[in-house]
Design a protein around this ligand. Structure first.
Ligand code: PRX
Length: 637
């Protein structure tokens, strides 16, 4: 046992890795290596950049801090992630290995080898070129969970363009805002998507969003459901038709990119205003995600790895699409929702496809827990060897259930803390790290995280404080698309004099140095692991003709982590009613998406505000929870 393990061996409720797990781990001496890499991150990242990434031209500087907080990594390096994810495998032993297994909700199945996926990506890359897409252009992708989504992403990046994937659960206004902000002239969508036996009409939503964002010139539509939709002549083209044209040849050169060229934008919610487009770049992102997937999920040649997120979120970008392909792994994608048509759907899939690694969110685990263990016991889950969790703190009860009923007390659980902004895992165990249910354990090798007080001093053990990162890391978002001031202000102003990144989360660190993330400190609400800003919900509500003012808060919920409560002041002469509450929920569904629908809407004559006019959501929350309302000294008189 290493020293780090000895130090915590006296505590209860610790799950030690079994000798078998340690013996087969990709990096058995991780704890020693980690200690060195946390103290001195650059040699660690430099070695990983050389080990896991092929460069067309080598970088001359690992990290350039001269333009902080706009850091640059692997400066001078020339690369393209698609070379590392596909091109190189077609020339090595992975050529005919399975890259992707996809199962549709309706039971459709498609299997792609690396060679087949490479050809599809090349063909679609040629289609994009023929539509006028060039290096540096943005492409908005709004699709269901079919292989065409990763194919569209990879094809975009292959030709040096920048993708902005908008999760298929978002609706008209959310999509329109993202298209407009990214200035995309081209949108890729599907006619519809299957969800719990019904179809979601993605094309209708796209049409409405495109009407609101006149910049769009072309829409490519992948036919998935075959439902009736409108195609606008001259603007809309079927994916399948384009792929049948001679221009869609399987030969396409991969664009040589600078390490700091933009790779993708991903929108995420913040405290104020519209969602911000976090920009990730071509070099450092690759190094970070390939390293973390190799170390944490311990990927091996024979694995069948299933990250059950949606490719439209950062989890899907990094750990469904890009990192598994970089490592030559076999990934599994399932189109449908958990628990449909029956609560054993996932367990059936794990058995049938011999999945060895499952990575999901606490909210899914809690819903499976509710269905009861007889659903899990019907299936042989012995192929599993590792489990993972992401998106919100996992409550120890759900952790233990996952460990016992899914992992059969054999599979370590990787509770990975990270963010859209961080690109990849930041606080996480690896299979050799002793686990405590509910803790993401330790900052990953090369990551300097801390819990600090407002004045920057490190908090005492078990004292709650601000979760910060004190040294840049390669996967960090480089800026907010089109708004560098917002990037600087949002992440770097809280601890400006120290030059630290503020995560927006509160956390504590226990006596063993283990991190326990508590939750958001700002007005971001995590609903079933999805990130929503109060501002988005409020602006959707006030866009309704009956609403004068609105406030949204997150209230803890056993299943979803949090649910949204909304408080509305109605325009004069309008009476609140159950029907109006229902209409407003429908309105939020249409404007933002189903994930943003408030669980409760209350009509109020006024909202508590500070003297400067800021809504005191803290007070609304205390009231909703029946708690004392605390200090109201700044409350409006
Ligand atoms: O509050 C933290 C929570 O999710 C936030 C980031 O959300 P998003 O950018 O949507 O990325 C989610 C997937 C990476 C964080 O600020 N969070 C994420 N993972 C965990 C977590 N909270 C506790 N434990 C986690 N493992």
């Amino acid at each position: 046992m290493s020293d780090a393990m000895d130090a915590i061996s006296t505590k209860s409720d610790i799950y030690y890795p079994s000798p078998e797990v340690v013996a087969q781990a990709n990096v058995p001496d991780y704890l020693t290596l980690r200690a060195e890499a946390v103290a001195d991150p650059l040699p660690f990242w430099d070695a990983r950049a050389k080990e896991l990434v092929d460069w067309y031209e080598p970088y001359h500087t690992i990290l350039d801090t001269s333009t902080a907080p706009f850091f640059k990594w692997f400066v001078g390096g020339k690369t393209n992630i698609v070379h590392n994810a596909l091109d190189r495998h077609v020339k090595n032993a992975h050529k005919n290995k399975i890259a992707l297994i996809w199962v549709g909700e309706d039971g459709d199945e498609r299997v792609y080898s690396y060679f087949e996926l490479w050809k599809e990506v090349n063909r679609f890359a040629n289609v994009l070129k023929s539509m006028g897409v060039k290096k540096g252009d943005t492409v908005t992708i709004y699709m269901g969970r079919t292989p065409e989504l990763p194919i569209a992403m990879l094809a975009t990046v292959k030709i040096g363009a920048i993708h902005s994937v908008v999760y298929g659960g978002f609706s008209e206004q959310a999509l329109a805002d993202r298209i407009t902000d990214a200035k995309s002239k081209i949108v890729i969508t599907s006619d519809g998507a299957w969800l719990r036996g019904k179809t979601v009409n993605l094309k209708d939503i796209t049409d409405e969003a495109v009407n609101r964002s006149p910049i769009v010139q072309k829409v490519i539509v992948y036919k998935r459901t075959g439902q009736a939709i409108n195609m606008h002549a001259g603007r809309d083209f079927w994916w399948q038709d384009l792929m049948a044209l001679p221009i869609a040849s399987a030969a396409c050169e991969t664009e040589v990119m600078d390490a700091e060229d933009p790779m993708f934008i991903l929108y995420t919610s913040g405290t104020t205003g519209k969602p911000k487009g976090l920009l990730h770049t071509c070099g450092g992102y690759q190094v970070h995600i390939a390293t973390t997937l190799k170390y944490v999920f311990d990927i091996k040649e024979e694995d069948r790895y299933w990250c059950a997120a949606d490719p439209g979120w950062i989890t899907g970008h990094s750990y469904i699409v890009y990192a598994p392909l970089m490592l030559g792994a076999t990934s599994f994608i399932y189109e449908g929702a958990p628990g449909y048509p029956l609560p054993d759907r996932w367990w059936q899939l794990i058995e049938k496809y011999s999945i060895s690694i499952l990575y999901t969110a606490p909210t899914a685990i809690r819903s499976y827990m509710r269905y009861g263990d007889d659903w899990t016991e019907r299936h042989d889950l012995s192929s599993l060897r590792l489990l993972g969790s992401v998106g919100e703190p996992i409550n120890p009860e759900a952790w233990r259930w996952y460990h016992k009923y899914i992992g059969h007390e054999r599979c370590p659980i990787m509770d990975t803390w990270w963010q859209t902004e961080t690109g990849g895992f930041m606080i996480t165990p690896t299979p050799v790290v002793p686990l405590k249910p509910g803790s993401g354990t330790l900052p990953f090798a090369g990551i300097q995280a801390d819990v600090v007080r407002e004045n920057g001093e490190s908090a005492d053990p078990n004292e709650e404080g601000y979760l910060v990162v004190k040294h840049p890391w390669p996967g960090m978002a480089r800026t907010v698309w089109g708004d560098p001031d917002r990037y600087r202000f949002t992440y770097w102003s809280e601890f400006l004099s120290h030059g630290w990144y503020f995560t927006g989360d509160s956390a504590r660190r226990d006596q063993d140095g283990y991190f326990w993330v508590i939750g958001r400190m700002d007005d971001v609400i995590k609903v079933s692991g999805y990130r929503l800003g109060t501002a988005e919900i409020e602006s959707a509500l006030v866009a309704h003709p009956t609403v004068a003012e609105a406030a949204a808060i997150g209230v803890p919920d056993e299943l979803k982590g949090n649910v949204i409560y909304a408080y509305c002041i109605l325009n004069s002469g309008i009476e609140g009613s159950d029907q109006l509450a229902h209409d407003l929920k429908e309105h939020v569904r249409q404007e933002v998406g189903p994930i943003a629908i408030p669980a409760k809407i209350e009509f109020v004559p006024s909202l508590p505000k500070t003297r400067s006019g800021k809504i005191m959501r803290r007070l609304l929350k205390a009231q909703a929870l029946g708690q004392p309302i605390g200090d109201t000294s700044t409350l409006e008189g």
